[in-house]
Design a protein around this ligand. Structure first.
Ligand code: PMT
Length: 222
């Protein structure tokens, strides 16, 4: 079921959401369950890889043989990734990372008073782009969660973030993507692409990892 195509490879991956604190009791986040990233971690280990999984706050058991690092915020996730990036040949960014965080996190619980309130947000660092510009860089795979023009936006992210490969999912369908058992991916690289139709996330993980293994093997033959 899982050929050992990744024997001897080391893979670092991120999964789940990140959480940005507003005050000691509130945060902003998103609907990522971690299922897609955990399926990739489980399958990568089954395919023979040494796997380090940086996980945002999710309710999932650690797959057998996988080293798991739990984090909350985007900055925590970036720190954990950059501490481990030099020991890994492949990086897969499957986490749904918060693009913005609260500018000034309140020390105490914010009391309600005015009818309206505004939160000032600041841009978070981009983990994937940071990994892709690191030297020496691992084979770097991103995800793209889109609700429209999936291929167009995914290709833009592939180029802009200088990735080796991107796996795009249309997250407008509630049956697929965020917090669903199944997903479908459009996998794109510099001179090719491949559609992986809707199926269970674990099967999809094997298909995506097989594509990655083929590309990494091609690079090693160079
Ligand atoms: O967790 P599940 O419920 O199983 O759902 C799976 C999923 C839908 C979350 C997953 O398949 C997926 O699409 N993950 C990427 C979600 C996302 O944040 O996409 P994006 O298009 O906003 O970001 C593009 C890429 O940049 C992603 O690889 C993301 O990890 C990365 N990124 C984004 C922002 C940031 N500050 N740092 C990043 O590294």
């Amino acid at each position: 079921f899982a050929p050992k195509l990744l024997q001897g490879q080391s893979i670092l991956l991120t999964a789940g959401p990140t959480r940005e604190a507003i005050d000691p009791v509130r945060y902003i986040s998103n609907h990522s369950s971690g299922k897609m990233g955990f399926a990739l971690a489980k399958m990568a280990a089954a395919m023979g890889a040494n796997v380090t999984l940086v996980a945002g706050p999710v309710h999932l058991p650690t797959p057998a043989g996988v080293t798991r690092l739990d984090v909350e915020s985007t900055q925590d996730m970036l720190n954990a990734v950059m501490q481990n990036v030099d020991n890994n040949k492949i990086f897969i960014g499957c986490a749904a990372v918060a693009d913005y965080r609260i500018g000034e996190v309140a020390e105490d619980k914010i009391k309600k008073s005015a009818q309206n309130m505004q939160l000032a947000l600041v841009r978070n660092p981009d983990i994937l782009a940071t990994v892709a510009s690191h030297k020496p860089r691992p084979f770097t795979v991103g995800f793209a969660a889109e609700t429209q023009d999936v291929e167009h936006y995914a290709k833009d992210k592939l180029i802009r973030k200088k990735l080796d490969m991107i796996a795009a999912n249309d997250v407008s369908n509630p049956e697929l993507g965020f917090n669903a058992e199944q997903n479908a991916l459009k996998v794109i690289w510099a001179d090719g692409q491949h559609d992986l139709p809707a199926t269970d996330k674990l099967i999809l993980a094997r298909q995506l990892l097989t594509l990655i293994a083929e590309h990494v093997a091609l690079l090693q033959d160079d």
